[in-house]
Design a protein around this ligand. Structure first.
Ligand code: ZN
Length: 243
């Protein structure tokens, strides 16, 4: 389930869960303190001068280093990198590093039914989901991979970062979204084949057993119908196939 589902709230106290307004408040308080210091200094207490005699002549001895660029995304074979669908980058002060993968969780997006298979429509849908998650104060799209109806697999959140897709259970949990609403439509064969293939890749790479592959609703903390009855009904078959 995606941004429309309040049950998708990630771990409380985790960085992704901190609402932007709280961060803004902290920032404003910080700015207020700075402003307060400056005001006091100018009115009553003479603030010490700068360490250098003439600020205008001061030049730093070393250039200020730019923010470190993101390392190349860690994608698996056949996965379309996120640079293909977004220019957006994760909010790095609001994201946790990924721990070793112990779980894989399957979702649907749970929005309006989606039958499109063309590249542009899929890009639009993924960006819509990302914007929804960012609007909730999350650092980025919550899922690590997205499988569309034509069988493409897209990189979502960079796997260097913990996802935001199962309440209280995001540590070491790799999230895979199947695009569509499977309470109202069925997954396509191409989508199921791609999901199966991608699950196998992830399981081999991260040494995850079939018993550690769950749907969203199989997490007790989740309280959600995700990934919809028409995908949930296939979960046992998926696990048997990949075991
Ligand atoms: Zn879900």
């Amino acid at each position: 389930m995606t941004n429309l589902d309040p049950n998708d709230t990630p771990c409380e106290g985790k960085k992704d869960g901190l609402p932007p307004i709280a961060r803004r408040s902290i920032l404003l308080v910080g700015l207020g303190l700075l402003a307060g210091c400056a005001t006091t200094g100018s009115k009553s207490v003479r603030m010490p001068g700068p360490l250098w005699p003439d600020a205008k002549l001061f030049t730093p001895t070393a250039p200020v280093a730019p923010a470190a660029p993101l390392a190349p995304a860690r994608v698996l074979a056949g996965v379309i990198p996120r640079s293909a669908w977004t220019k957006g980058t994760p909010q790095l002060d609001n994201i946790d590093p990924m721990l070793p993968v112990r779980w894989i969780t399957i979702h649907h997006d749970g929005m309006t039914p989606f039958l499109a298979t063309d590249y542009a429509s899929c890009v639009g849908r993924i960006e819509l989901i990302r914007n929804g998650h960012r609007g909730k104060g999350w650092a980025d799209i919550g899922y690590h991979f997205i499988v569309d109806r034509s069988g493409r697999v897209w990189e979502g959140r960079d796997l260097r970062y913990q996802g935001a897709h199962v309440k209280d259970q995001n540590e070491g949990n790799l999230g895979i979204l199947c695009m569509g609403n499977f309470d109202q439509q069925t997954p396509s064969l191409a989508q199921l084949v791609a999901l199966d293939r991608h699950l196998r890749l992830c399981m081999v790479k991260y040494k995850v057993k079939a018993s550690q592959v769950r749907s969203h609703q199989e997490w007790a903390s989740a309280k959600t119908a995700c990934p919809g009855r028409n995908l949930q009904s296939k979960m046992n078959g998926i696990r048997r196939a990949i075991a």
